[in-house]
Design a protein around this ligand. Sequence first.
Ligand code: CP3
Length: 348
Amino acid sequence: MTSSASTKPFLRALAGETLTPPPFWLMRQAGRYLPEYRQTRAQAGSFLDLCYNPDLAVEVTLQPLRRYGFDAAILFSDILVVPDGLGQDVSFREGEGPVLTPIRSAMDLDRLDLSGLHRRLDPVYRTVSGLSTAIPPTTALIGFSGAPWTVATYMIEGGGSKDFSQAKRLMWGQPELFARLMDLLVEATGQYLIRQIDAGAEAIQIFDTWAGALPETEFRRWVIEPTRRLVERIRAERPGIPVIGFPRGAGILYETYVRETRVSGVSLDSSVPLDWAAATLQPHCTVQGNLDPILLVAGGEALDAGIDRVLRTLGKGPFIFNLGHGIIPPTPPENVARLAERVKSFKG
Ligand code: CP3
């Protein structure tokens, strides 16, 4: 079935239909704000053990669907399984976030190996195929990856970073080495996404969390160009699968990103003005977003007003309701229930 003929609201919205109420899901909808997630997570051992355990990864993907009836399930995994699959040392430390052995030289890069990728990531593909039969019939299944630039920042910095100084020094100081790393990531990510589609993913989201850290010239070269190549490859090899891009922090470059990558949908961070997005982006593609995730912690009338503003402005065109970034751990689950009720009862 082509996506435009789908009965799944999420896929219909991505095919360009305006739906009232709009379909909705939330980034990081499976996570530590849910007690049942924390329990399964403790049972799994480490975070990566959870990502590589198909039964438990299916379970945590389903948990938020049972509570809130989202229109889409997103594969439970992480963007950093790709460097792990390439042979880089990746671990997640409690309260510290990801830690990687940094890639800073040609020797470091030469140790990475594309040939072991699918063997290492096979449990992820099994999670996708388990989900494709476990989710409700009107729920869509989203596969995902990090965008090459964002994944490269973690690979080069060796973890999270405030200013990306190591990644930028490599980008400007050793441009040939940086370009080789980016080429490897475009190839690995393309293969990885195609495998997720073959296992049952019905749409793809590409997370470029740190897109906004690059000046315009580098944004075009290292955010737009790699994403354009990924979209082009998916269109050519698996036609009909929609791709959502999330160039977080891109500002007015969101417009260039949409035009040049040719994504089917674009996920907006909370700083993107709603009227501007409706006038400038929505005529070209489906928009997704962009409630501030902290409003979901604050709750109450401020939350209701924020939800209504997003619905009223973006709900007049092709739209998927979401946050501007992921749910954070202190979010009260009852606030998510309040949001779900409010979005589902929107009448236009
Ligand atoms: O529900 C979903 O959205 C699906 C699962 C998902 C996770 N990570 C699970 C996760 C998705 C889509 C991601 C993407 C991801 N991972 C991004 C891009 C989106 C974004 O949030 O900006 C990035 C930058 C990462 C890298 C990453 N993973 C970091 C920096 C951290 C540590 C910070 C944190 O929140 O702990 C993670 C860990 C992580 N990924 C957790 C989850 C549920 C928490 C780990 C735990 O349970 O201990």
